[in-house]
Design a protein around this ligand. Structure first.
Ligand code: SF4
Ligand code: SF4
Length: 115
């Protein structure tokens, strides 16, 4: 093994060939405000679930944009839908609704055994 391998960061490129937009397109269809997110982290800092677990809304947003369906499916179970994230968002994004839509879509895909 080459010692330089330890320094090689994981690729952060989005693989558009295999991009899975089944959750993102559903969320954006119903909550377009999510497009204006500036990834400031305000919602993440105030998140009730984030204070108790490793749940991270910013990472959820990234996974949504990258189409990481499996990760979203595992993570969304931690959201308590308290709505604190929505209250602090400087862009007035209803991020609680984004989480709700995400959970609904994951449930749909699971019911239809699509992943
Ligand atoms: S607080 Fe609003 S703008 Fe900031 S990361 Fe969260 S959703 Fe995006
Ligand atoms: S609604 Fe979910 S994502 Fe938003 S602050 Fe509450 S636990 Fe966190």
């Amino acid at each position: 093994m080459n010692t330089l391998d330890f320094l090689k960061p994981r690729s952060r490129q989005i693989d558009f060939e295999n991009f899975d937009d089944r959750i993102l397109s559903y969320v954006l269809e119903k909550e377009q405000s999510f497009l204006t997110c500036i990834s400031c982290g305000g919602c993440t800092a105030t998140c009730s679930a984030g204070n108790l677990t490793h749940f991270n809304i910013r990472r959820i947003g990234l996974s949504l944009r990258r189409g990481n369906v499996n990760e979203l499916s595992n993570e969304i179970e931690k959201c308590m839908f308290c709505g604190k994230c929505t209250l602090v968002c400087p862009r007035d994004i209803n991020i609680r609704n984004v989480m709700l839509l995400l959970k609904k879509r994951v449930a749909q895909l699971k019911t239809e055994k699509l992943f």
